[in-house]
Design a protein around this ligand. Structure first.
Ligand SMILES: Cc1cc2nc3c(=O)[nH]c(=O)nc-3n(C[C@H](O)[C@H](O)[C@H](O)COP(=O)(O)O)c2cc1C
Length: 198
């Protein structure tokens, strides 16, 4: 009898503990995907800027930057080219409210961890004010890094359009980030810090 009771309690505990980060879905606002600055202006203005102020990036801009990086724009294909259209990459967002996987098809974020992992990117002083880090991970062993390069370039152009500051960053605690994302360290390709400047 006691054994049966224990099993019921254990079962209930398993159900409760399985309702965790992975079940939290956040719908993003529709990205505005027309207009903006002339293409030659944003190509000229794209740059690394490491000065950041302590200010959030709102969800509208987040939605648009994710669309720029990895949105679906034509025939189920992405805003960047991918090898044989295998679309072998994932894009994650790290913020104070956790780590989120971008789901372009549903224009939403799926939480993969409720932890604030921004300290894993804090090796350089300017990072203390950065509210948002994009993490590019590989699901295509051959061409993943190329996809990440295209994506961070698109985001750099988007940042130039919106006057956001951004830095592509290879300097971060890869092991810790991989653990938080539940992927292999070699799958974590590169990151990009984004926020507002003065
Ligand atoms: C793959 C890659 C990794 C980078 N890693 C870092 C980094 O860890 N920290 C940093 O401050 N800048 C980093 N950068 C930014 C470069 O230093 C910067 O792009 C370069 O100085 C040229 O400046 P620009 O982007 O304004 O043209 C990285 C850039 C790339 C492409």
């Amino acid at each position: 009898m006691i054994k049966k009771g224990c099993l019921i309690i254990l079962g209930a505990f398993c159900i409760i503990s399985s309702v965790k980060a992975e079940d939290v879905i956040k719908k993003l606002p529709e990205p505005i995907v027309s207009g903006g600055k002339p293409i030659m202006d944003v190509i000229r203005e794209r740059k690394t800027d490491r000065t950041f102020i302590n200010k959030e990036v709102d969800e509208q801009l987040l939605s648009e930057m994710l669309y720029s990086a990895w949105g679906i724009s034509h025939d189920g294909k992405r805003t960047i080219p991918t090898a044989r259209n295998k679309q072998g990459m994932n894009v994650y967002v790290a913020r104070a409210d956790g780590v989120w996987l971008y789901d372009a098809a549903n224009n939403s974020l799926k939480q993969v961890s409720a932890d604030n992992i921004l300290p894993f990117f804090a090796q350089q002083d300017f990072m203390k004010n950065v509210p948002l880090v994009l993490i590019y991970t590989d699901t295509d062993e051959k061409y993943g890094a190329m996809h990440a390069g295209s994506a961070y370039q698109n985001v750099g152009l988007y940042a130039a359009y919106r006057n956001l500051h951004n830095v592509v960053r290879g300097m971060f605690d890869k092991e810790a980030v991989a653990k938080a994302l539940n992927v292999k360290p070699e799958e974590v390709l590169i990151t990009q810090a984004i926020g507002w400047g003065e």
